[in-house]
Every structure is written in structure tokens, then in C-alpha cells.
Design a protein around this ligand. Structure first.
Ligand code: NAD
Length: 256
């Protein structure tokens, strides 16, 4: 379905980003990966799906590097048809104790990077009259949890950016939507499970059970594969008139 298209997925060396990159690759899209840590493993996983894959190591807190990444992707594959703004980090602390440097980093990486990548990718999508911008927000773009001030602020911002981008392009072939996952067992969440286990002096399994039962009625993690399938739907012809939604996949978290 996406043969001949190019998808740039930020923060795709791990977790949800890698899951979405592989789902888009399975539909034939060439992929530009981004993120830190092991690069060769994720590259090989995507290449095994029979598409072209490139990598750019832009630090998403730096607008100049984001600009370089968009230019690189366009030079590699001719255009960016699908932009998935996914890179993100977390820090947990009460507002009065929140380290200012962590606040600045979360706002830059989880929110402002989506603005920069979007503003830089949009003109070519508008010219082609086809494009898909998918922002990986969170249930925390819709509701709050204690001790996550920067994350909740950034994710609510991303949902707002999604709506404005969708409206400004509503009469064109460019759509913009957000995905709002509940708990997904990636390294970002494993850190929170480990902290809970340490704080309560309980096993990892017990900490996982507590984490899920506090917020997620299904008591199940959402998977990167399920989120990838939703991204594919947004890119499909059936997603043509889906504009500005913030679609939660959260085991009932925000239904409560
Ligand atoms: P993860 O830690 O597995 O992956 C994060 C990715 O972002 C990695 O590839 C990492 O290298 C990259 N990254 C981090 N800082 C970066 C930077 N400065 N520049 C470039 N890349 C950077 O986490 P994940 O759980 O897959 O999270 C992906 C997205 O999904 C995030 O935006 C997160 O907020 C969101 N999300 C996660 C969950 C969850 O439960 N895991 C729930 C809702 C939303």
C-alpha cells in the first residue's frame, strides 16, 4: 500500500517508534530511522522487510539538527511523505522538585521537536498534495497524572499542534493526527516499573501488576505492533478524511 512512499520516524531505534517504522515498512514504505543507542540492529530489522532504510542521528532537542535530518531524508529518497513525530523521554517528580534542565529537555524533545519537524516537512507535502503527519502523543495528552508535569504539558501541546496542523491543511491531501497510547512496555516504561519495584521493595511482576491496575482497566499493555497498525490506517486511503484526531489506544484508561 505504501510502496514508493518515504516515512521518517523520529526516536525509532527503540520501542514504539521502531514498531511503527516496521509496520510502515511492511506496507512497502522506505524508512528513515532516528534515535540513540544501537542503530545497526533496528536498521537490519527494517531492511529485512524488503525496503530501503537510512539513518540520521539528529538530537531532537536541537532545531538545526532536525533541519539537517529533513534535508538528509529528502536527499536520500526524494521526499518525506509520512512524518512520525515519536521521540520522547520521561522524568517523574513533583512540580516543586522538578529539575529545570529536565523540564527544558522534555518540552524540547517531546513537544517542540514535533513543531520543527512538521514545519520543515510540510512544504514538500503540500506541493505533492499528499502527506501524513502522525504525532505520538499519549493518554497524557488527554488526562494528567501526578509527578509528570513536563510530560503532560508537552503531550497536551502535541495534541494542540495536531489539531492546528490538521485544520491548516484540511482542504489538501495532507492529514495530521495523534496517537495516544496508554502503557506500552518499552524501556521508557520499564524504568518506571523498576522504580516502583525498588520503592515498594516488591518484585518486578508485582510492580507491573500495580502499574497497570492503577490506570489501565484492561490490565494489558498496548503493543508497538498495535500502534503500528493504527499508523498504517492513518496512511491508508480510508484515513483520507481523518483529520486532527487524538486517538487513544489505552485499554480503557481515559474512558474512566
Ligand atoms: P523508548 O525509550 O523505547 O524510545 C524512545 C526513542 O526516542 C528512542 O529511539 C530514543 O533513542 C529516542 N530519543 C530519546 N531522546 C532523543 C533525542 N533527544 N533525539 C532523538 N531521539 C531521541 O520509548 P517509547 O516508550 O517507545 O516512547 C516513544 C514515544 O511514545 C514517546 O514520545 C513517548 O512519550 C510515547 N509514549 C510512550 C508510552 C509508553 O507507555 N511506553 C505511552 C504513551 C506515549
Amino acid at each position: 500500500m505504501l510502496k514508493g512512499k518515504t516515512a521518517l520516524v523520529t526516536g525509532s531505534t527503540s520501542g514504539i517508534g521502531l514498531g511503527i517504522a516496521k509496520a510502515l515498512a511492511a506496507q512497502g514504505a522506505n524508512i528513515v530511522l532516528n534515535g540513540f543507542g544501537d542503530v545497526e540492529g533496528p536498521k537490519a530489522e527494517v531492511a529485512a522487510l524488503g525496503v530501503k532504510v537510512a539513518y540520521h542521528g539528529a538530537d531532537m532537542s536541537r532545531p538545526a539538527e532536525i533541519e539537517d535530518m529533513i534535508k538528509f531524508a529528502q536527499a536520500q529518497f526524494g521526499q518525506v511523505d509520512i512524518l512520525v513525530n515519536n521521540a520522547g523521554i520521561q522524568h517523574v517528580a513533583r512540580v516543586e522538585n522538578f529539575p529545570v534542565e529536565r523540564w527544558d529537555a522534555i518540552i524540547a524533545i517531546n513537544m517542540s521537536s514535533a513543531f520543527h519537524a512538521t514545519r520543515l516537512a510540510l512544504p514538500a507535502m503540500q506541493k505533492a498534495n499528499w502527506g501524513r503527519i502522525i504525532n505520538v502523543a499519549s493518554v497524557h495528552g488527554l488526562v494528567a497524572s501526578a509527578e509528570k508535569s513536563a510530560y503532560v504539558t508537552a503531550k497536551h501541546g502535541v495534541v494542540g499542534l495536531t489539531k492546528v496542523t490538521a485544520l491548516e491543511n484540511a482542504t489538501t491531501g495532507v492529514t495530521c493526527n495523534a496517537i495516544c497510547p496508554g502503557w506500552v512496555l518499552t524501556p521508557l516504561v520499564q524504568k518506571q516499573v523498576d522504580a516502583k519495584a525498588a520503592a515498594g521493595d516488591i518484585s518486578n511482576a508485582e510492580a507491573t501488576k500495580q502499574l497497570l491496575s492503577e490506570k489501565e482497566p484492561s490490565l494489558q499493555f498496548t503493543t508497538p505492533e498495535e500502534l503500528g497498525a493504527l499508523a498504517v490506517f492513518f496512511c491508508s486511503p480510508a484515513g483520507n478524511n481523518v483529520r486532527g484526531v487524538a486517538w487513544n489506544m489505552d485499554g480503557g484508561w481515559v474512558a474512566q
